[in-house]
Design a protein around this ligand. Structure first.
Ligand SMILES: [Zn+2]
Length: 194
């Protein structure tokens, strides 16, 4: 029985690894000119439907693909573009409903942007604080959101190896905001709850 279960798990992981980006996803990843991608906005109804959707996990096949390298480069160019100057971006914001975010690590020297694949917050601190937030996909609204000050993050790196890390302060807030995007949640939802 145990052997049988093990075989099923092996098959499942092999299957999830053989699935690459869809044709539609590849088209979005390669669309337009230059590296800066179109950022979806709740101001547009069709964009809003995408921004409110649940994103699917990336497979190891996707992460090792040429398309992922392109998506990574373009998401970075987009969040860092003079027009946006964001501190984080999630794939659904550029029209890809997959679980990957880029976060600026203010908790590290030189404050680099890093990518996190299939990220998951496995623990939120009880200690919370209000801080100002905005979003590249939500024009003209900036407001305070109450967030946990410390999180335990589980994620895959770009070699598809799993890690767990405790993150604190403003960087932890960025992770909470970006990972919400993967579940179709926006910071303005917390304002409505006030
Ligand atoms: Zn956002």
């Amino acid at each position: 029985m145990v052997k049988y279960l093990y075989l099923i798990l092996m098959l499942m992981s092999a299957m999830s690894c053989s699935e690459g980006f869809t044709t539609a996803e590849r088209e979005v990843i390669n669309a337009g000119q230059g590296d800066v991608m179109y950022v979806l906005s709740i101001a547009h109804q069709s964009d809003s439907v995408v921004l409110r959707s649940q994103s699917k996990p990336l497979t190891c096949q996707m992460v090792s693909s040429e398309e992922f390298a392109t998506l990574r480069r373009r998401m970075l160019a987009t969040v860092q573009s003079p027009e946006h100057q964001g501190v984080g971006i999630a794939a659904p914001q550029v029209g890809i409903l997959r679980r990957v975010v880029a976060v600026q690590r203010f908790d590290k020297a030189d404050e680099p942007f890093e990518f996190f694949i299939n990220p998951e917050i496995v623990e939120f601190s009880d200690e919370v604080a209000a801080g100002g937030e905005g979003c590249l996909s939500v024009p003209d609204i900036h407001d305070d959101v109450i967030r946990s000050q410390r999180i335990t993050l589980r994620y895959y790196d770009e070699n598809f190896e799993q890690h767990e890390q405790i993150i604190e302060g403003f960087t932890a807030v960025i992770f909470q905001h970006e990972i919400d995007h993967l579940d179709g949640k926006l910071f303005i939802d917390y304002l409505e709850e006030k």
